[in-house]
Design a protein around this ligand. Structure first.
Ligand code: ADP
Ligand code: MG
Length: 289
């Protein structure tokens, strides 16, 4: 395509709500055959709400929620926001945190009221009742995180969000364009499969329970199979995978890290626009083979 055609394509993209980093990006867009979708905030709304609180024997539900909420107040993660908001609503103002530490793709740690508190996927051993509460919440399609302090897991809080209204239609359009959709998430497999079913992704194409650095490996594995991979994501934890993919699409509603790492930004955070981007590039570059 001529530079003029590419410039026109870029301009048309802007009208559709697609910000394109450079005209050459349209070329990689055209070749894509696989599209990896981050779950939280990309396929789902990312607006999670607190659903359940289960303290283990000997621990009070409100105490569990207060310490978990205090810690999560310092985090930006959608899971964290839901827990902090739910805690504040249930127990009132939350205590302050010292030595806060974010462990990407796993959870948070810090000192609250003299306790070393941790929330997330950070405990190796769980008491039987905590393990059961987590399993039951996950089977119900919720994201369950373990809360503990001073070296022991003491309960579970579970949050949930829903697929965006537009996600199932987006997946249908992407398939129609000949792309294979893959769902990629750090979240639990049961939760991931329930979202996949809702939007029409094959359970065999769900890659779950991956750490942020493993998202890159998941993209590389598909590339090693000879696939040309687009990745759509919104989180700090997606940035490296967006940069590794042949084409990185960032949700405009997501974090700055994702937007910087992407080649394209879907301004309104509507996954259907990913299909528009593919169509646009095929049309713009339709003449080169
Ligand atoms: P996704 O890939 O779906 O965007 P993430 O990689 O951000 O998910 O997170 C993966 C998992 O790590 C979450 O489902 C949760 O179990 C845990 N996690 C991450 N951050 C936090 C946090 N701030 N508090 C509790 N758990 C967390
Ligand atoms: Mg996400």
């Amino acid at each position: 395509a001529t530079p003029t055609a590419l410039m026109a394509g870029t301009g048309r993209g802007a009208q559709l709500g697609i910000l394109i980093k450079g005209p050459e990006v349209l070329e990689s867009t055209r070749r894509v055959d696989t599209i990896v979708l981050d779950k939280t905030g990309t396929v789902t709304t990312g607006r999670m709400t607190l659903q359940e609180v289960h303290a283990a024997e000997g621990t009070d539900d409100k105490e569990l929620l207060r310490l978990a909420g205090a810690l999560e107040h310092a985090s930006e993660h959608p899971v964290a926001r839901a827990i902090a908001a739910g805690a504040e609503q249930a127990v009132g103002p939350l205590p302050t945190v010292e030595h806060f530490e974010n462990v990407p793709g796993r959870g948070v740690r810090g000192r609250v009221e003299g306790h070393e508190v941790a929330v997330g996927r950070l405990f190796d051993e769980l008491p039987e009742d905590v393990a059961r509460a987590r399993r039951e919440a996950e089977e119900a399609g919720r994201t369950a995180v373990v809360v503990g302090w001073d070296g022991a897991a003491r309960g579970v809080v579970a949050v949930a969000d829903a697929a965006k209204d537009t996600s199932a239609e987006a997946v249908r359009q992407l398939r129609e364009l000949g792309l294979r959709p893959v769902l990629l998430t750090g979240d639990n497999r049961a939760v991931a499969e329930s979202v996949a079913r809702t939007v029409g992704i094959d359970p065999a194409d769900v890659v779950a329970e991956v750490l942020p650095e493993e998202k890159v490996e998941a993209v590389r594995r598909l590339q090693a199979e000879g696939r040309t991979v687009a990745m759509v994501g919104d989180g700090v934890n997606d940035a490296a995978a967006l940069a590794t993919a042949d084409l990185g699409l960032a949700m405009g509603t997501g974090t700055d890290a994702a937007i910087e790492a992407g080649d394209l930004t879907l301004v309104r955070g509507d996954l259907r626009v990913a299909a528009d981007a593919i169509r646009l590039s095929r049309r713009t570059l339709g003449t080169i083979k």
